[in-house]
Design a protein around this ligand. Structure first.
Ligand SMILES: [Zn+2]
Length: 244
């Protein structure tokens, strides 16, 4: 694959990294990723995946931004209020990197359409704020044998795990019951931290560089500025992955 002069210049500093080279850049350019949600987590995730040269980003959101989203959803600004978030994301991402393709999907992710919406993506970025949709994505990831990068935030805390069932627990193993949906407090830098780590996990997976956060849950406590990693275990009675 040939890169344009602009692309060679654009990716120069990352191609310099150990074990990287043009070969890794080709892998990224040939990749399609699915980002579920163009909100707090979806913003840093999609921005960093776009600027690193992922060839095709599929981003999905049925909602549109309002003023109370703008402290963290940095894909959008006041001029986008009322515009669909996936469309707004496409506008921002293509401006940041005109050499990639972005598909905006404005549907609500549900069991009946999730497989088609995720399409031929190599990985699912879980940037949702509700568990019913996360569970649907978990099942889609298992069905398609692709990983799901879980991220969640609350206040100045966040969690991250790289899920690739059956090698790792599935999302339902880790969260058997959905916590109630609530309007939760959050400062924008929190999804900035966790979303950026989700992007790093994705870049590592697509290039084969490094080790993914498998069978582990990383918990970030921003108040104490501590990162802790816990073992993530399969639930032998999981309704999604145990076959029971
Ligand atoms: Zn499971």
């Amino acid at each position: 694959m040939n890169f344009s002069e602009q692309e060679v210049e654009r990716y120069k500093r990352q191609v310099m990294m150990d074990g990287w080279g043009e070969e890794m850049q080709v892998k990224l350019k040939n990749s399609t990723v699915f980002i579920a949600g163009a909100g707090g987590l979806g913003s840093p995730v999609s921005i960093y995946l776009a600027v690193c040269g992922i060839g095709h980003i599929r981003i999905c959101d049925f909602d549109s931004p309002d003023m109370s989203n703008l402290n963290r959803q940095i894909l959008h600004d006041e001029s986008r209020i009322g515009t669909n978030k996936a469309i707004s994301a496409k506008m921002t991402l293509e401006r940041l990197n005109p050499s990639i393709e972005v598909t905006a999907i404005t549907d609500k992710i549900e069991a009946h359409n999730a497989d088609a919406i995720v399409g031929d993506s190599a990985i699912i970025l879980d940037c949702m704020d509700n568990f019913p949709t996360r569970y649907v994505l978990n099942e889609t990831a298992i069905k398609k044998s692709i990983p799901l990068v879980y991220g969640s935030i609350w206040g100045m805390e966040g969690r991250l795990s790289f899920i690739q069932s059956p090698e790792t627990p599935c999302l339902r193993c880790l969260f058997a019951d959905a916590p109630p949906k609530e309007v939760f407090p959050v400062v924008g830098a929190t999804p900035g931290v966790i979303g950026t780590l989700q992007a790093i996990e994705t870049i590592k997976y697509l290039t084969g560089i490094g080790r993914n956060l498998k069978n582990k849950m990383l918990v970030w406590n921003g108040t104490a500025m501590e990162f802790n990693t816990f073992k993530a275990k399969k639930d032998p009675n999981c309704i999604t992955c145990s076959g029971k």
